[in-house]
Design a protein around this ligand. Structure first.
Ligand code: ADP
Ligand code: 2DT
Length: 212
């Protein structure tokens, strides 16, 4: 019998919802229970495409809105061979943002339909589980202010939140909405249980294709 594949697990949510904190905790917990797991994040700022994106986010450069959307998508596609290799080796991938952030952020700009935004990401490895860390802006106000990067304003984040709410209605994706206003520990416990279930189910299934 071949190696059982790992699961592709994605965490999404607005700024300061706790995505990075929970991704790290989840990878550690999975490893502690003897499972192979690695963290990834998008944008991956380390590649050549990622450096263009990073400079844009830091407002050191300007890029036309369609162009930067396609660069974010290309930044995922360039990791696909490595992602598939790891999943097939039995390593579960815990990913901080994915195509859903791509669609939510660009479609929050004027003149962009959800469909146009989804197109470049059609066919990416489909997550076995996407957890949306749900918080309202008042609840996370105590977690620190906004940074200086592009998109880090309360007006834009509210528009992004509305787009996420539309995306969550898509039944072709295995969305779970998590109440992320609770303690780090309580949120982690729920995320760990959902992830272990997803890993058990995924190991007997082929990797799917997103939005196809
Ligand atoms: P994100 O990656 O979604 O932007 P982070 O994981 O970086 O969010 O968390 C943002 C800040 O909020 C960090 O200082 C983190 O320690 C804190 N934080 C994360 N989760 C919680 C929580 N459940 N309760 C209180 N503070 C939290
Ligand atoms: P962080 O590195 O702090 O998560 O911020 N974004 C992200 C997009 O606009 N499109 C995408 O495809 C992705 C993955 C979200 C990255 C910022 O970039 C936005 C916040």
């Amino acid at each position: 019998m071949g190696v059982r594949r790992g699961a592709l697990i994605v965490l999404e949510g607005v700024d300061r919802a706790g995505k990075t904190t929970q991704c790290k905790r989840l990878v550690q917990a999975l490893r502690d229970s003897g499972k192979e797991a690695e963290m990834m994040r998008f944008p991956d700022r380390t590649t050549m495409i990622g450096q263009l994106i990073s400079s844009y986010l830091e407002k050191k450069s300007n890029l036309e809105d369609h162009t930067v959307h396609l660069l974010f998508s290309a930044n995922r596609w360039e990791q696909v061979p490595l992602m598939k290799k790891k999943l097939e080796q039995g390593i579960s991938l815990v990913v901080d943002r994915y195509a859903f952030s791509g669609v939510a952020f660009t479609s929050a700009k004027p003149g962009f339909s959800l469909e146009w935004c989804q197109n470049p990401d059609v066919g990416l490895p489909k997550p076995d589980l996407v957890m949306f860390l749900q918080v309202n802006p008042a609840e996370v106000a105590g977690r620190g202010g906004f940074g200086d990067e592009r998109y880090e304003t309360s007006v834009f984040q509210r528009a992004v939140q509305q787009k996420f709410e539309q995306l969550i209605k898509d039944p072709s994706v295995n969305w779970k909405v998590i109440d992320a206003a609770r303690s780090i520990e309580d949120v982690h416990t729920e995320i760990k249980t959902l992830s272990e279930n997803a890993i058990n189910i995924a190991e007997n299934q082929p990797i799917g294709e997103l939005w196809k």
